[in-house]
Design a protein around this ligand. Sequence first.
Ligand code: ZN
Length: 142
Amino acid sequence: MPISMPSMDRCPFCDYLAGLHPVTILERGEQVAILVTRWQRGQGHVLVIPVAHRPTVMDVAPAEERQLMSAVRRAAQAIMAAYDPGGIAVWQNNGVAAHQNVPHAHFHVAGTLPGGGTRSGEVPSVGLDETDAIAERLSPHL
Ligand SMILES: [Zn+2]
């Protein structure tokens, strides 16, 4: 049985990469990009995504795997260097049942909060000024 995917008319991540909506792009390569999410669940929370539209991790092309994992590692190292959190959380959801909200595979990478853990449930969105500031803080360490 195929997993149920969130339904959207357009993929917001593909639209971000196409420049159709404003977003803070921390890094963009041929195969992988790192975005700073406006829904910050931890310190320096970023999203590592394949540039090509891949609905779930199971759709990632073998040639993209190394670049994705490299970006996850480098983002984690940058968050450690920039924020010195107690820990780094990495998570990735596939399908509505797993609470995937955007139908384009993405890895969350975030430093833990000062009290530990990351925020779950609804979080307020932050402005582009704030995501730009996060990118400025992380980029020297990538
Ligand atoms: Zn997409």
